[in-house]
Design a binder for this molecule. Structure first.
Ligand code: UDP
Length: 238
């Protein structure tokens, strides 16, 4: 299977897949496209580190192990067509679609659900519409909420220690071949927003895909900075 930013290969073991992180960048529902050399490697390594951190904190994820710099082994999952966004600071679509001000702290964090469908443009869902779609059980939905809030707490504290603000991010979920609900997809600057805590300039502080969305330049440098801080932290830990 080939998606916008990843390629998925079957493995001999039917419970596993090999995921390749590509250099393609897309935004605005793939209306804006580019290739950013080196992005695949950075997103693969950043995602692997963050999945490891989550697993250490008891969060079930599809991650198994890195295969190489741009490939990882993961559980084969049936992806639930749901994008779960959690926001700590208001920006992006929340500020385009509501009168909430940019940079407003959201406490408690705001959780938004979107239906994952490119043709429909990933529309926002109410809980009742989600129930009508019948893409997950009530129990799975409760688990999705619980896991997303825990992931946010773990990652927010972790990035705080790296002098980064975790503004918001999107998670996807799937069920593996044992039927277990796990966090799938990736966790990288492609689907998280990070602001440098020590920079106040609203454009300069951006260290994520918004640099690509807003044509700010320095996309790869920003992703490299995220990996550098993660790696510096892990060398401190060992
Ligand atoms: N996001 C994503 N995929 C999407 C839409 C959003 O990964 O299809 C991420 C995005 O990177 C950000 C968060 O979800 O970290 C919230 O995005 P928002 O709803 O503000 O949408 P945007 O402003 O990007 O259109």
């Amino acid at each position: 299977y080939e998606g916008k930013a990843k390629r998925i290969f079957a493995c001999e073991n039917p419970d596993r897949v090999l995921i390749e992180f590509k250099n393609n960048a897309t935004a605005f529902n793939a209306k804006k496209r580019s290739e950013i050399k080196g992005k695949g490697r950075l997103n693969c390594k950043i995602s692997a580190s963050l999945f490891e951190l989550l697993e250490l904190n008891g969060i079930p994820t599809h991650f198994i192990e890195l295969h190489s710099e741009t490939f990882m082994f993961a559980d084969k999952v049936n992806v639930i067509p749901l994008e779960v966004v959690i926001r700590n600071i208001a920006t992006g679509s929340l500020c385009r679609e509501t009168p909430i001000n940019q940079g407003e702290i959201l406490n408690p964090p705001l959780l938004d659900l979107y239906y994952k469908d490119d043709q429909l443009g990933d529309p926002i869902l109410t809980e009742e519409r989600l129930k009508l779609l019948d893409i997950l059980t009530d129990m799975q939905l409760e688990e999705v909420y619980k896991i997303t809030r825990s992931v946010n707490k773990i990652l927010k504290e972790y990035f705080e220690s790296l002098d980064l603000l975790l503004v918001d991010f999107k998670l996807e979920f799937g069920t593996n071949t044992s039927g277990k609900l796990v966090v799938a997809d990736e966790i990288s600057p492609d689907n998280c927003r990070f602001w440098d805590k020590k920079i106040s300039d609203p454009k300069e502080r951006i260290l994520d895909k918004d640099r690509f969305r807003q044509d700010l330049g320095g996309v790869l440098n920003a992703y490299e900075e995220i990996l550098k801080r993660i790696e510096k932290d892990s060398s401190n830990a060992t």
